[in-house]
Every structure is written in structure tokens, then in C-alpha cells.
Design a protein around this ligand. Structure first.
Ligand code: PHE
Length: 497
């Protein structure tokens, strides 16, 4: 096979230019893709300069080719009549296929070749000439649409007898580094070239710094987890320690009872909570703690009158998918109380966690039955609501949310309780971003903490700020099995302001 580089360079040496790359390619029987590659590489090395051209060509359709071979439908129809002859419509239907017959009758009428009534068709013209075929033949002979009357081209195109094809080609002239023969470029400088001095005569390939690297297919860190890491660093910087949270299944005792949530509380309904069927119950609840919690609920201890009902162990034993991470905080406080009792010394603590929680609720674009909760708490003497508001403001300030507002709220385990609101730039309105409060003495003292110790705490979802940050309108695009892989692969590394 003829060398493509050489053929192009030789033609340029002889004629100065190649006006139409396509014709040149056809004349030399070059394969289009390879030839295009060769042209691009000659262009990159400045051997040639390419100019883009567009060209339109008439292409006969299958229908058009058929017409040339056996006549246009109208001509074939009329040819089946003698001049003056009449045929009924029923007879006509036997002559041609329905679609074709309709076109043929319409066109023959337009040409005044036939006249038609409701029931019959009559040939009225003596001589008929198949002009459509004449035109198609002319277009086949010269397929440049500009050489034919535009109206005729349009008409035949409309009848789908021809199509207009767009052809792209190049004009080729010599480039700044043109040479009649291509000097092969060498990619690597070798020790031999250096020792023999042959490097001097060699043309080296230029580095193509604009070349795209190979796409690397790797695992990607999920954007939600990038956000989790950012939250984590902020809390670590603020001096919080991470709590263990790695149990998704917990007893109702820790999820509700230890958090001073009455056994009739609506949150403990099947509508809101996933209860486990296997194993349905937990049998590892500390006995003494159980007694304390029972007393707190029923009343008459820790300076409280309680809820005044019969607390039932059976209810507390029921296993659930944890509905929040606050039971993890309760376990930590219980541990802290035990250490305090053992050592006689209470050590103030700041704890946080970020992990998954589960709720049995209807899903929509902002709700899923599993999501992440960010939980924080501080246990110390003399903590007030002011301390709680202060630490929350500082935490959100570091997240880039400065204008936060508090609204009184209710939680069974905190008093006072406050919902936290922040201004969302995207939505241009205030949205709820968290919940907080001071843990009730009924809860803390049942866990065994010294009377004077207070615990301030707050919790928020990880998904809500993440949706705002990544501009994700549907929570299912952020977490769960429907997350598009592209979202993970193309997301820039998340950085807080
Ligand atoms: N557990 C609460 C929730 O699920 C958050 C919270 C944590 C509220 C700690 C107050 C104190 O929304």
C-alpha cells in the first residue's frame, strides 16, 4: 500500500496544494480513518496547514433509485391506461400498493394526466413524459445541489426520492516545517546516541503537554464521606473526642428509655421506628441501671414526679434499628458515671459522633429511611444554655454558617430544648439545621452522673448541609444504591470556606 504521508507530501511538492482531501483520498484508495489520522499528525508537526470545508451532495434514496429503474409512481400508473381509458377505483387498488397509489394519483392529477371522480379515474393526457425520472437521472450524474434548480431539489427531497448529504473535507497546503519527505521523529534520547554523537542529526519529538492522560479508573471517596471528614476535623479541632457508634441495632432501652422517653411516646410507634423480628429482644441491659430508669419514668426520684405509669421491661427489651445516635451518648455518659464512681473523680468530657441512623418514614426527595447524624455533647459542672448556644454557634461558624437562630422546642430528654436554624443561600430562607438541649436530670442521674454535672448536647443530619453544599436536590442522589457513580467520580474534593 502506498505510504500516505509520502503521497500527501509529494502531491504538495508537485502541485503546491490539495484542494479536496476527500477526492485525493478516494483517488488513492486510502482508508478514511487512517488517512484522517495521518493528516492530523502532519498538521501537529507543521508539515501541512488544513482548512475546513463543507460540501453538500445529492444522494439518491432507495425510492429514488427505484424510480430511475422503473419510473416514477405517477408515470407507472398512467402507463397502465390507454389515452381516454377509465378504470374504477376498485380496479385501481389492484394495480399498486396503497401508499404508492395515493402518491401516484395525486401527482398524476397535478400533472393533468388524469381526471378523477368518486368512483373512477380517467386518463386525459395523450403524451406523458416522466420528468421526475429525468431530473433524478440528471442529479445522479451531477450530485452538486447547486447545479440544479433549488425548487426541484427541495421538491424531490420532500418526496424522499433524494437526500442531501453534508460532506466535510480539508484543503491542504504546505506548513512551516514542510519537507518533501517526512523525517521520522525520535521519542527517546539513548545512551548510544550520546556516545556516538548521532543525536545531532536526529529530529526529536516535541513533548505534547496538552495531551490528555489516560483516564484512571479507581475507587473514589464518596462526597458525603468527604463532608463527614470535614465535620470530624472541625469537632476534633474544637477538642471533642469521637464516640464508638458501630452498632446499628440497639435495644429500645438505650434508644428510648435511657433517654427518658416514655414507653407510650409516639416515636416508639412502628410507623416511626424499625423494630427487629430476629432477634426481637435484647437481654443485656444492666440491671441496676434498669431499676434507676424505671424509677425515673414512674416518678418519685431525682426531684421529679416522672411520667407516672407502669414501666415495663418487655417494652425496653425490644430491639430497634437505632433512630438517632443519642443512645451512643447515653452509653458514654453511663461509662463516665461508672468511672467517676470507681475513681471518685469526675473528668469533664467533650464527645462527638457521626454515623448512620434509621427511621421508618415515607421517603421523598429530602427523606430516606437511613441517614447520618452528627452528634455532640459536653459534660461538665456549671454548664448553661449560654454555653450550649456558644459552642453551637462556633461549630456552625466553622462550617461557614454564621447567622444561626434558636427556637424553643421539645425533646423528652432535654430541657430546655432548642431547634437550630440557619440561613440557606440557595433557598434564600431560614432552614432547620439541628436540634439541641440540656439533658434532663431524670436521664443523667439515672445513668449515675453526679448531681451537679450538666450535659449540653446537639444533633444534626449530615445529609442536609451536604445537599445544600453539593447542590443535590434529591437525597437519593447523595446516599443509597441509586447514587450515580458519575457524581462520585467527577466531584471536586470538598473544601469548606
Ligand atoms: N437526638 C436528636 C434528634 O434525633 C438530636 C439531639 C441530640 C437533640 C442531642 C438534643 C440533644 O434529632
Amino acid at each position: 500500500m502506498e505510504n500516505m504521508d509520502e503521497a500527501v507530501l509529494k502531491e504538495l511538492a508537485e502541485k503546491g496544494e490539495i484542494a479536496n482531501s476527500l477526492e485525493f483520498m478516494k483517488a488513492h484508495k486510502f482508508e478514511p480513518k487512517t488517512f484522517d489520522g495521518i493528516l492530523k499528525s502532519l498538521l501537529v508537526d507543521n508539515y501541512v496547514v488544513l482548512t475546513n470545508h463543507d460540501l453538500e451532495e445529492i444522494d439518491l434514496t432507495e425510492e429514488g433509485a427505484k424510480a430511475i429503474a422503473s419510473g416514477s409512481p405517477e408515470f407507472r400508473l398512467v402507463s397502465m391506461f390507454k389515452p381516454g381509458e377509465e378504470k374504477t377505483r376498485a380496479d385501481l387498488a389492484k394495480l399498486m400498493a396503497k401508499d404508492e397509489l395515493q402518491i401516484a394519483v395525486n401527482k398524476a392529477m397535478q400533472n393533468k394526466w388524469i381526471s378523477s371522480s368518486k368512483t373512477a379515474v380517467k386518463r386525459v393526457a395523450e403524451d406523458v413524459k416522466d420528468e421526475v425520472v429525468q431530473r433524478l437521472t440528471a442529479m445522479k450524474a451531477d450530485n452538486d445541489p447547486k447545479k440544479h434548480e433549488a425548487k426541484l431539489v427541495q421538491e424531490l427531497k420532500k418526496r424522499k426520492l433524494i437526500a442531501i448529504k453534508k460532506i466535510k473535507f480539508y484543503g491542504i497546503v504546505k506548513g512551516a516545517s514542510y519537507q518533501p519527505k517526512r523525517v521520522p521523529e525520535v521519542a527517546d534520547l539513548t545512551a548510544e546516541m550520546l556516545s556516538k554523537g548521532t543525536w545531532e542529526g536526529v529530529k526529536f519529538k516535541k513533548f505534547n503537554v496538552a495531551a490528555k492522560g489516560k483516564e484512571i479508573s479507581t475507587g473514589n471517596y464518596h462526597p458525603l464521606y468527604q463532608m463527614k471528614d470535614e465535620f470530624r476535623s472541625i469537632l476534633l479541632e474544637l477538642g471533642f473526642e469521637e464516640m464508638p457508634t458501630s452498632y446499628y441495632v440497639d435495644s429500645s432501652f438505650w434508644d428510648f428509655d435511657a433517654l427518658y422517653t416514655a414507653q407510650q411516646h409516639p416515636a416508639r410507634d412502628m410507623q416511626d421506628t424499625f423494630f427487629l423480628t430476629e432477634p426481637a429482644n435484647c437481654n443485656r441491659i444492666p440491671k441496676e441501671l434498669c431499676e434507676n430508669v424505671k424509677r425515673a419514668h414512674e416518678g418519685g426520684s431525682y426531684g421529679s414526679i416522672g411520667y407516672r405509669y407502669d414501666w415495663k421491661m418487655d417494652e425496653a427489651k425490644k430491639n430497634v434499628m437505632r433512630t438517632h445516635t443519642t443512645p451512643c451518648s447515653a452509653r458514654m455518659l453511663y461509662e463516665l458515671a461508672q468511672t467517676t464512681a470507681k475513681t471518685g473523680v469526675f473528668t469533664p468530657k467533650k464527645y462527638f459522633s457521626i454515623d448512620r441512623v434509621f427511621r421508618n418514614e415515607a421517603t421523598d426527595v429530602t427523606h430516606l429511611f437511613e441517614f447520618h447524624q452528627v452528634e455532640g455533647m459536653i459534660a461538665d459542672y456549671n454548664l448553661s444554655l449560654k454555653n450550649l448556644m456558644g459552642i453551637i454557634a462556633e461549630f456552625f461558624k466553622r462550617l461557614g454558617i454564621s447567622d444561626i437562630k434558636f427556637k424553643p422546642a421539645y425533646n423528652p430528654y432535654t430541657e430546655p430544648s432548642m431547634e437550630i436554624f440557619g440561613y440557606n443561600q440557595e433557598l434564600k430562607r431560614i432552614v432547620e439545621i439541628g436540634n439541641s438541649g440540656i439533658f434532663r436530670p431524670e436521664m443523667l442521674q439515672a445513668l449515675g452522673l453526679p448531681e451537679k454535672v450538666s450535659v449540653i448536647a446537639w444533633g444534626l443530619s449530615l445529609e442536609r448541609p451536604a445537599m445544600i453544599h453539593y447542590k443535590v436536590g434529591n437525597i437519593r442522589d447523595l446516599i443509597g444504591h441509586q447514587v450515580p457513580l458519575k457524581f462520585m467520580k467527577t466531584n471536586p474534593v470538598f473544601c469548606l470556606p
